[in-house]
Design a protein around this ligand. Sequence first.
Ligand SMILES: Cc1cc2nc3c(=O)[nH]c(=O)nc-3n(C[C@H](O)[C@H](O)[C@H](O)COP(=O)(O)O)c2cc1C
Length: 431
Amino acid sequence: MEATRILTEKDVSLTGLCAVSPLSYENYVLKGGYVGLTKAIDSLGPSGVRDAVKASGLRGRGGAGFPTWKKWDMVMRQAEKKRYLCCNAAEDEPGTFKDRYLLRSNPHQLIEGVLIAAFTVGANEAYLFINCRYEEERAFMAEALRISKAAGHWGEGSASGITLTICESPGSYVAGEETALLEVVEGREAKPRQKPPYYPTMHGLYGKPTVVNNAESLSNVPFIVREGAEAFQAVGLPSSPGTMVFTLTGDVNVPGLYERPLGTSLRTVIDDCGEGIKNGASLKAVFPGGPSVPVIPASQVDLRLDFDGLKAAGTGLGTGAVIVMSEASCMVQTAIQYARFFANESCGQCPPCKLGTVHISEILEKIEAGQGTSGDIKLVRQSCEMVKGRGQCFLLTGAAIAVESILGHFRHEFEEHVGAGRCPLSSQPVA
Ligand SMILES: Cc1cc2nc3c(=O)[nH]c(=O)nc-3n(C[C@H](O)[C@H](O)[C@H](O)COP(=O)(O)O)c2cc1C
């Protein structure tokens, strides 16, 4: 078994840098805080920062793993000079709470990351978009903002000249989608925009070029600028450098947040970080990156958690939400749980999304209740196939992928439900 690689003081560490008294500006500065911002403004300049981030290989931690520098570069190339930056800490996907922890454990690091990114893309206004349920974290961030402003890092007359504003996300999953986020910042409902033509890098906030980056992506930026791309590359894999804050949940003994180098195996995260499966049971399945990426069976537990390796294996790193299911889990119930989540969270703007997710949930519920037929199993598969790619955002496709992958790997469980006329693992049908 691969040994857990414990991060040391010298490593890229998002969570460890300022774990003691995270609001302390002095503590942050003692550990190299704000060196990156000063270096960006005084010596590297926008193109120098972009090149350092490019060389570092940093990829987005918000779900898609898009190279961070590329998004910045798209905005930098726009003729329009009024630009915006949004930091995405909406975070409402099941099993994900890493950004919450970063807001709490290292707010100055995130502020510095936002300021460096805004400076690089030429945005003199940036928004911190934070889940409305994260009340304490928002208050924490507000205090850190007050302190960093007083220290002269942002605001009118500061060296950066950037203004920062906290914006409350309504606490719905879809509000984290980048164009829905822009709608909320502009004061409207969280409903994704049509892409094309409304790509944020071209027509973003108030129609201006806008970068939307995840809070964890931005938290990585101060280290890269301060220590250089090579230092960042020294941890993780060449194609997936750095660390990721994995949110480990489900049937493990010690669920929680674990920052590990990218490329750490799933088995290491489950067995060493999570101390194995609850009640000595064996592993059945894992969502390695949240429920919007395909589930994998226990036989694939030696896969490494990195962007390209998981993609090649037919799944994805997503948000790094590792959701573990033991042999005691009913996979039809698991499918219902996520299908219902997506149905409830669908904003209703695209009929195939609301109707499709509700329809899929209803057939699954029929199967779980023991009233399904083999035709219903086929219908679940066909419905997933039919709705994929038909919504304005990825929510509908993510829903279809979750259900389809569960059915793909655990079809026998669906057939057992139909054959037995009941759930073999439960005496109670799901409510
Ligand atoms: C339905 C939906 C919800 C999303 N929720 C979040 C979220 O809460 N936080 C986040 O950073 N990205 C979320 N994303 C991805 C964002 O649209 C966007 O890709 C991301 O913020 C980009 O940041 P990154 O390039 O730094 O990863 C979501 C996407 C979809 C389709």
